[in-house]
Design a protein around this ligand. Structure first.
Ligand SMILES: Cc1cc2nc3c(=O)[nH]c(=O)nc-3n(C[C@H](O)[C@H](O)[C@H](O)COP(=O)(O)O)c2cc1C
Length: 533
């Protein structure tokens, strides 16, 4: 049994038995940057191709798989809408950092994608070959400048294809987005727990891209199994301090019907990024648990699971119980860009004065189901998801308060227990920034993490967590388009939830809480946009 089992169990129990180092206190004044800064790398501003009027979030979540091709303006728009800064967070909410937000040095910038602790640790690298619009090379997405920093000149996409092995999508393109994480960017705050958070962040970002791309008739799928040390070498990463978590092959526009992009790139076994990012922290700490779980997920990194391997870990049909039919999901007609621009965490603003309309709950659940499969290389197309949604209904019009599980096939809620669980939800939430009882409903995605690890090995932890992160991002963005509040949280006692939901028998772990509901009208705020609203 690999170390990932132990890590997943420690994460699950951390509300009762803190993870080591239990006495850790972050040194906020020595925190790292959110993102890498390459002082000497040439910078290229990104074009913004905009967002088409018919690129609705509904299409992004539920539309057909895209067959179109990316261009630089489309890539620029997708990056801006996913990880680029769009404005400054200055609204009044219930987080403990509220008082410091008006100070420029403590500013929080809004982005389309959510991120655990708002730390945004993912590095986005575009590896572009000969068919691309710029000189072939490696380009790092510099989020504060919304620009590419060129960290390497030359075509290294042959290395990417080799690292991806026999992945079909890789053979047809020489354009790749590679997602890396420097652990310190999250671990300075969350220490041993950071691996759990950053692997969810990967899924959240992938899900933004999937929705954005599908809304534009494009497709985003990701490889999670590849020769990671090889790619890390190309990107100049320190294998102890950085991980490479996903590779996204992009179908790119072709100027004419030639074979550009399909030809073999030159062999470049020694090529690597030599620019070194500037480290802001004077003291960078490492955590043995982070090293151990990273090493565990590196084992067999290139041994992609064969189709069907995950079958025994997929969600099982719901249990017996009285059924409540949900109405059709509210249509999500906002464009993907608008929904992402307006996405934000509710942070204490829920109010149950007016119960939530059930078609909004239905839309949130449909979004969660859509993100339950992530189009990764380990999943079998058309197979069931890894996750099930449990629903604590607090205040939804026409639905009795209680605990339900969602039947994704019939869009029904299956009753598990009637009752008011507001007190339970609040008692088992660690922070003081939400009143969970005032949320109309709390969705809890659960998965059989240990079975996934048994079937595909320790690297499967990244897959489960990515699916949960994707689910969070889908529900957030759907809530934005549906005009309701949303907030997701890892700060809850998983053990209590597993007991209350009776999950031991199913071998499932509750992995996140996702609150949705109405918010108090006209909340106090201060508008500060970086991009045109
Ligand atoms: C995986 C994940 C875990 C999160 N956990 C919490 C949490 O425990 N408590 C909380 O208040 N917010 C949590 N959040 C929300 C983030 O704090 C939030 O997305 C981030 O601060 C950016 O703010 P915004 O969502 O308003 O843009 C989480 C988000 C993600 C993606």
């Amino acid at each position: 049994m690999g170390y990932a089992h132990e890590y997943a169990t420690a994460v699950m129990r951390r509300g009762r038995i803190p993870m080591e180092p239990a006495d850790f206190v972050p040194n906020w004044s020595d925190r790292p940057r959110k993102g890498k800064f390459f002082p000497d790398a040439p910078v290229l501003p990104l074009p913004d191709g905009g967002c088409a009027d018919d690129a609705t979030l509904g299409r992004g979540l539920f539309g057909p798989r895209g067959t179109g091709a990316f261009s630089l303006p489309l890539l620029g728009a997708m990056l801006r809408d996913s990880y680029g800064l769009t404005g400054r967070r200055l609204a009044v909410q219930a987080n403990s950092d509220l008082g410091s937000l008006p100070f420029h040095t403590h500013a929080n910038w809004s982005r389309g994608t959510s991120s655990g602790g708002g730390l945004y640790p993912i590095g986005i690298h575009w590896l572009s070959g000969a068919s691309g619009p710029l000189a072939p090379g490696v380009y790092y997405y510099d989020t504060p400048r919304n620009a590419f920093a060129r960290t390497l000149s030359g075509d290294v996409t042959g290395e990417v294809r080799t690292a991806l092995g026999d992945l079909e999508e890789a053979a047809e393109t020489d354009q790749f987005l590679v997602l890396g994480v420097t652990f310190w960017q999250n671990a300075f705050k969350y220490n041993s727990f950071s691996y759990h958070v950053v692997t969810m962040d990967i899924g959240a970002l992938l899900q933004t891209w999937r929705m954005w791309a599908r809304a534009h008739g494009l497709h985003i799928g990701a490889a999670l199994w590849f020769d990671e040390p090889r790619l890390g070498r190309v990107l100049g990463l320190d294998p102890e301090e950085d991980g490479v978590f996903a590779v996204v092959p992009l179908t790119w526009e072709k100027p004419d019907e030639d074979d550009t992009g399909k030809q073999a790139a030159p062999a470049t076994p020694g090529a690597r990024v030599r620019h070194v990012p500037d480290e802001r922290s004077r003291r960078v700490l490492t955590f043995p648990t982070v090293h151990a779980i990273h090493a565990a997920t590196l084992e067999g990194a290139a041994d992609r699971p064969a189709p069907g391997t995950l079958d025994s870990a997929l969600v099982t049909p719901p249990g017996p119980g009285e059924r409540v039919a949900l109405p059709a999901p509210l249509a999500l007609e906002a464009t993907a860009r608008r929904a992402l621009r307006e996405r934000r965490s509710s942070f204490g603003r829920f109010t149950a004065t007016t119960p939530l309309d059930p078609d909004r709950l239905s839309a949130a659940l449909a979004a969660a189901v859509a993100a339950g499969t992530l189009d990764t290389d380990a999943e079998t197309p058309g197979a069931a998801p890894l996750t099930r949604q449990y629903v604590f209904v607090n205040h939804v019009r026409g639905i009795a308060p209680g605990i339900y599980e969602h039947d994704r096939e019939t869009n029904e809620l299956v009753l598990m227990k009637l009752g008011d669980f507001g007190g339970f939800l609040q008692e088992n939430y660690f922070l003081a920034n939400y009143n969970l009882e005032q949320a109309a409903a709390v969705l809890v995605p659960a998965a059989r993490t240990h079975t996934v690890l048994d079937t595909v090995g320790d690297r499967g932890l990244r897959l489960v967590n990515a699916v949960i992160g994707a689910t969070a991002q889908a529900v957030y963005t759907a809530s934005s388009a549906a005009g309701m509040g949303c907030g997701v949280a890892l700060g809850f006692d998983c053990v209590s939830f597993a007991e209350e939901l009776g999950l031991a028998e199913r071998g499932e772990i509750p992995l996140l809480v996702m609150m949705i509901g109405n918010e108090a009208p006209r909340p106090a705020g201060y508008r500060f946009d970086i991009v045109a609203p």
